[in-house]
Design a binder for this molecule. Structure first.
Ligand code: NI
Length: 211
């Protein structure tokens, strides 16, 4: 049944070019299983939430999608019970990053695991690649040396602030290693975080190349 849902998600995400394509979902699914095995969780809930977590993401549509129509439809089509469906919806709604100054602490271990998996895929080399893909998707410039990063005080500010892709590292990506929930994810984040710092160092070196 999980594989059938995975197949449907793959079909729905196949044309994405914003960094939220099927392979992002696949990596998050795998990371969630890896982290989930070391925690006391209902792995079935973790897997379902990981697979469906981006189907109704606010970043990819203009509407407020808190009700998760796509995730609900897929779960219902696969005869998932109402009880499990509602639990998965709660988990998915707790996964998303909502701004530099906004605390988003999940209320279940299942949500902590999926949030960690999603955050790990937002950092490291893959994080760098995905961030520039997303920046292109949003018509953002790579770097604006005179625009400082924003420390968003709420979700509205996070959604509405136009920024550069380099600023996004300071507004989100470099903050993530300290916003992980599980020890497994914290351990996996060390190397990924270091790589982003090295990337930025090299980026500025080239940007400020002396004539
Ligand atoms: Ni995601």
């Amino acid at each position: 049944m999980i594989n059938k849902i995975a197949k449907s998600v793959e079909e729905l995400c196949q044309h994405d070019s914003s960094g939220h394509d099927w392979w992002h979902i696949y990596r998050v699914w795998n990371l969630a299983k890896l982290i989930g095995k070391k925690e006391v969780v209902d792995l079935h809930l973790v897997e379902l939430a990981a697979l469906l977590h981006d189907l109704d993401d606010w970043k990819l549509s203009d509407k407020n999608q808190e009700d998760l129509p796509n995730a609900r439809r897929l779960l219902a089509e696969n005869n998932i019970s109402k009880d499990i469906l509602e639990k998965v919806v709660v988990i998915i709604n707790e996964v998303s990053f909502k701004g530099a100054g906004v605390e988003t602490r999940p209320t279940s271990t299942e949500a902590m695991v999926v949030q960690d998996a999603d955050r790990l895929d937002a950092i490291g080399a893959i994080g760098v690649a995905r961030t520039f893909a997303y920046g292109g998707f949003k018509n953002q410039p790579l770097h604006l040396p005179n625009v400082k990063p924003t420390f968003h005080k709420d979700f509205e500010e996070y959604k509405s602030t136009r920024t550069s892709t380099i600023n996004h590292f300071y507004e989100k990506l470099l903050l993530l290693k300290d916003r992980l929930n599980t020890d497994t994810a914290k351990e996996l984040a060390i190397q990924r975080h270091k790589f982003m710092e090295q990337f930025l160092e090299q980026f500025y070196l080239e940007w400020n190349q002396e004539k």
